[in-house]
Structures are given as structure tokens and as C-alpha cells.
Design a protein around this ligand. Structure first.
Ligand code: 5OB
Length: 244
């Protein structure tokens, strides 16, 4: 998969991409990551990429020329995705869709935003990573790169766990406990040490349901509420009751 990233902080993206799972995927050739410095496409002595907006107002906006010059020089893979707070919220379904493509391009906004003509004529979609303010799109782009590349065949050591995580099936994860069985008087739940794998599986499912009800009722709503089997599992482990 080819992923191009257009940014004014290439070293930040290259540095992040050198580590962990993604670092191995890049080194092994599963991910062809190409990072482009927007300033390389500027023509003035100050390598200017931004300007004040017409009409006034605070902040600076990415100018169209360096973005167009970069896109024309590089011919990056489509879709071209801009990261910005005005985009649709990135989620696991979007990660899966992008993971199923041959590649895509991430355009990192900075300052107050990106020239609207670029968004209208070059960018295919805009993605936000959530409802908070960031100084630029780089961290958001890295979130997308990590969420997508870990879904690629051969990238995760343990293929089964790629989608067994939170959101893979629309529920939050159940709690995990490594050794020791007792730490400072805090014990690992008995059921996990029982060896009864049927009961362990049901307990984990009940825990996932309880956590999701309490912390992310919107996800329960998305699933169409609790099934009879869900309610029965909660009762089995004494976890039934109203949401927090
Ligand atoms: N805030 N997602 C939430 C974002 C964001 C800001 C960005 C990019 C993605 O750039 C300023």
C-alpha cells in the first residue's frame, strides 16, 4: 500500500513511522510511505506556505500554490484526504475502507485551515479525529496511518487481534490482566484463573457489554440496543442494572 503525506513537518511523520509495527511494515515494504515537505514546493525566499484570509480574521490559512505544486509534482494516490476539524469523524469503518484500497494521500492542514479551492478541487474527503482543537493535521494523519496500516495483511504479528480490539465488533474491550495473580493485594478475577474457557468467554462478553453501557451508550444504541442474550449474560455475572 502506498501512503503519501503532505506536511510542513516531514521529520515528525518520518520519525513516527520509524517505530513499532508501522516501522516494521515500512522497512519490510508492506507500506510504501512517502512524505512530502510542502515547503519544497514554494518559490519564495521565506518558503511561505500560509497567508492571512481574505475578509480578515485571526490565524493563517494554507495557500493553494504549494499544495497544487506538490500534488502535480508527485501525482499522489487517491483519495486525497485532508485532515481538519471540519471533516467527518474518522472511525474504524473508515480505517477498514482505506485499508482495502491500494493507497491514499493525507494532506495535513495547519494554522486556521486550508484554502477552500484546494478542498473543493483537489481533496476528495476531509477527516477529523474528534471534537478538539489541534495546531495542525500531522497528529491526526498519524492516527489514520496507524489505524489503517495495522489492518493490512502481514503487518500485525497476531492477525486475530487486529479486529478483536475495541470497536472491531462495536463494543469496548473487556479488562485484561497479566501476571502476577495478586499484586499489592489486588487480585485477578477468579473466573480468569478457573480454566473454564466457556465461562471466561461469557464473563469477557458481559464485561464488554457493561463497560460499553456505562461509558459509550451511543455504541449500544448503534447496535440497536441489548439483545435478550446480552441481558442474560449481564444477569449471569451480576452486572445488570441501569447505566451509570
Ligand atoms: N481536530 N481533528 C480534530 C483534526 C483537528 C485539527 C486538525 C486536523 C484534524 O488540523 C488543525
Amino acid at each position: 500500500m502506498r501512503i503519501d503525506v503532505i506536511t510542513i513537518f516531514p521529520e515528525l511523520v518520518v520519525g513516527f513511522a520509524g517505530h513499532s509495527l508501522l516501522g516494521r511494515a515500512v522497512a519490510g515494504g508492506e507500506v510504501d510511505l512517502r512524505v512530502h515537505d510542502l515547503r519544497d514546493a514554494t518559490t519564495d525566499a521565506h518558503r511561505t506556505v500560509d497567508d492571512a484570509p481574505f475578509g480578515g480574521g485571526a490565524g493563517m490559512v494554507l495557500r493553494p500554490e504549494p499544495v497544487l505544486a506538490t500534488v502535480e509534482a508527485v501525482d499522489p494516490p487517491r483519495p486525497v484526504v485532508a485532515l481538519g476539524p471540519g471533516g467527518r469523524t474518522f472511525d474504524q469503518a473508515t480505517a477498514r475502507r482505506l485499508a482495502g484500497s491500494d493507497g491514499f494521500t493525507l494532506l495535513c492542514g495547519r494554522y486556521e485551515g486550508i484554502d477552500q479551492r484546494v478542498l473543493d478541487h483537489v481533496v476528495d474527503e476531509e477527516l477529523s479525529i474528534g471534537d478538539y482543537v489541534l495546531a495542525g493535521g500531522e497528529v491526526a494523519a498519524l492516527v489514520v496511518v496507524e489505524a489503517v496500516t495495522r489492518l493490512l495483511p502481514g503487518v500485525m504479528g497476531n492477525l486475530a487481534s487486529a479486529e478483536e480490539e475495541s470497536f472491531g465488533d462495536g463494543l469496548l474491550e473487556y479488562p485484561h490482566y497479566p501476571r502476577p495473580a495478586e499484586f499489592r493485594g489486588w487480585e485477578v478475577p477468579e473466573v480468569l484463573r478457573s480454566g473454564d474457557h466457556g465461562r471466561i468467554g461469557r464473563w469477557r462478553r458481559a464485561q464488554s457489554l457493561r463497560r460499553t453501557i456505562d461509558r459509550r451508550p451511543d455504541l449500544i444504541e448503534d447496535r440497536g440496543g441489548l439483545t435478550a442474550a446480552d441481558r442474560q449474560l449481564l444477569v449471569e455475572f451480576g452486572l445488570d442494572g441501569p447505566a451509570d
